[in-house]
Design a protein around this ligand. Structure first.
Ligand code: ZN
Length: 413
């Protein structure tokens, strides 16, 4: 980034200067054109009594006679249209040249900026990407896009896309489901907790099984809303009715909420300001969305979002792998190799273990074993390397660490 940023700043500065200069040039040009038009108009009106009429004046240059008669009938100096037009042509030509000058500098700056980016990001990602991978199954991509629109609550866009991509109406069965979610979210934003409460009541058992904090968050939001509106007595009554059932799980937080009563007149400036901030509503929205998806056994993110995130996280590793593979060798044609991808927890749906020695996926019969250095190999590989001698030292395949075979621990996936 050290080279890219200065180049960007340079080109941004040049662009500003160019815009300012262009504005001035255009402004001057317009002023000159107006002036010329005024001169021509004045000349035309003064010579309207002559043989050359005003409407036909511009194209044919006036004859010497017409000029002479205009001269005679008007106190204004005579205007030779041909001369004025020639002058205007020169003015416009000069202005065009002047306009181009600063843009040349912007172009040069842009070129340098592009070079700086190319130098910094040498990797050709295209080498990793197979443009034909979805050629036969472009419907899968369409489905993923349609599903993303549903997940984002953009239902009208989804419907248009579904129609234009000729997707079967059943393609996104989640539409009605998520319309319900977005109705609740919309009401929440407008300060109406009722739809969310109804949903919580309908699914109270399932939400309890998920250890959902949604009901508690809704109650505390309602309480703070009352307090903020100055209705502190109803707020305390509400708290007495509602908070006891959440005491076990949220005791400390409830104590803090009750402390906010002391600052009820100036909550926003108090140590309790965070309890009334917009981030509280954002938390409720997030909790509701997450619990809603968990309840319906759907991932919180859309397939497309997850795929993009996993792809982005995996990219550096894949780039490294591509540089190791021989050029032109397709990934699937080489013998398989296990590669660790640094994924974040949110996009890990289930764990898999592939032994780096045998390249086999872990099973109950052949589970992963943790070596003392922190790396893992399958039990069969461990037995093979240690030749079945539990007190023999084995060397890790990833690092120089050594482990006594009997000290390796089984891991449960
Ligand atoms: Zn190791």
């Amino acid at each position: 980034m050290d080279k890219i940023l200065p180049e960007f700043e340079k080109v941004a500065k040049r662009q500003k200067i160019a815009a300012r200069e262009s504005d001035k040039t255009l402004h001057d040009l317009v002023a000159q054109l107006k002036q010329a038009r005024a001169r021509l108009a004045a000349s035309a009106s003064s010579s309207s009594s002559s043989s050359v009429s005003a409407s036909t004046a511009p194209p044919p240059p006036p004859t010497q006679d017409a000029g002479a008669s205009a001269d005679a009938s008007s106190p204004l100096p005579p205007v030779d249209i041909a001369v004025v037009v020639a002058e205007l042509q020169k003015i416009v030509k000069d202005a065009m040249a002047k306009l181009q000058e600063p843009h040349k500098e912007v172009q040069a700056g842009l070129y340098k900026y592009g070079r700086a980016i190319e130098k910094r990001f040498k990797t050709d990602v295209n080498a990793l990407w197979d443009p034909d991978v979805l050629r036969e199954r472009s419907d899968l991509l369409d489905l993923a896009i349609a599903q993303t629109f549903v997940r984002e609550g953009r239902f009208a866009l989804h419907d248009t896309f579904q129609r234009e991509a000729s997707l079967a109406p059943s393609a996104a069965d989640d539409r009605a489901l998520f319309e319900g979610l977005f109705r609740m979210l919309g009401a929440l934003k407008a300060g109406d907790l009722e739809p969310a409460w109804q949903w919580v009541a309908q699914h109270s058992d399932a939400l309890a099984a998920l250890q959902s904090t949604l009901a508690y968050r809704l109650v505390s939001w309602q309480y703070m809303t009352l307090l903020q509106a100055g209705a502190w007595e109803p707020a305390v009554t509400y708290a007495r009715q509602q908070f006891p059932r959440f005491r076990d799980a949220h005791g400390d937080a409830i104590q803090r909420l009750m402390g906010a009563v002391l600052y009820r007149d100036r909550l926003a400036q108090s140590p309790y300001a965070d309890l009334v901030g917009p981030e509280r509503l954002a938390q409720i929205t997030e909790t509701l969305t997450r619990d809603f998806c968990r309840l319906h056994q759907l991932p919180t993110e859309s397939l497309l979002e997850t795929a993009a995130m996993v792809g982005t996280l995996a990219l550096p590793t894949l780039i490294k792998m591509a540089s190791v593979l021989k050029p032109g060798v397709a990934w699937t044609q080489t013998s398989e190799m296990s590669v660790e991808l640094p994924l974040i927890n949110r996009v890990r749906y289930h764990s898999t273990f592939v032994c780096p020695v045998s390249k086999e996926q872990g099973t109950d019969a052949n589970p992963p074993m943790l070596l003392t250095c922190g790396h893992m190999i399958a039990r069969e590989s461990l037995n093979r390397i240690s030749k079945g001698q539990m007190n023999s030292k084995i060397k890790c395949t990833y690092c120089p660490g050594e482990t006594i075979a009997s000290q390796a621990q089984q891991l449960y996936f």
